[in-house]
Design a protein around this ligand. Structure first.
Ligand code: ZN
Length: 90
């Protein structure tokens, strides 16, 4: 999966550290094509298992969370899934 950076933050960080070559670097960065990045949004769904107790009572147990887009499971709700989705839907 491609990774994306914040151009303005990178230029500021480089400019602060490498001022003699900063202008040349800034021109190279500013000449790069701009990606049209569409953020995927998803939500964590309860990953449920059913357990029957010794008394014969069937109980619903949440054993983790499942990504609504890719189905990946996690033990806790993370802000992003490994598929790249921002998990901000509820
Ligand atoms: Zn996912």
């Amino acid at each position: 999966m491609a990774e994306y950076i914040d151009k303005d933050l990178l230029l500021k960080d480089v400019g602060d550290k490498l001022s003699p070559i900063y202008e040349a670097f800034r021109r190279v960065i500013n000449s790069q094509p701009i990606a049209d990045v569409a953020m995927k949004h998803g939500k964590w769904l309860d990953n449920v298992e059913y357990v029957t107790t010794l008394a014969g009572v069937k109980m619903r147990c949440v054993v983790g969370y499942k990504c609504s887009l890719c189905g990946r499971t996690e033990i806790k709700k993370e802000p992003y899934c490994n598929c790249g989705a921002k998990m901000d839907l509820e």
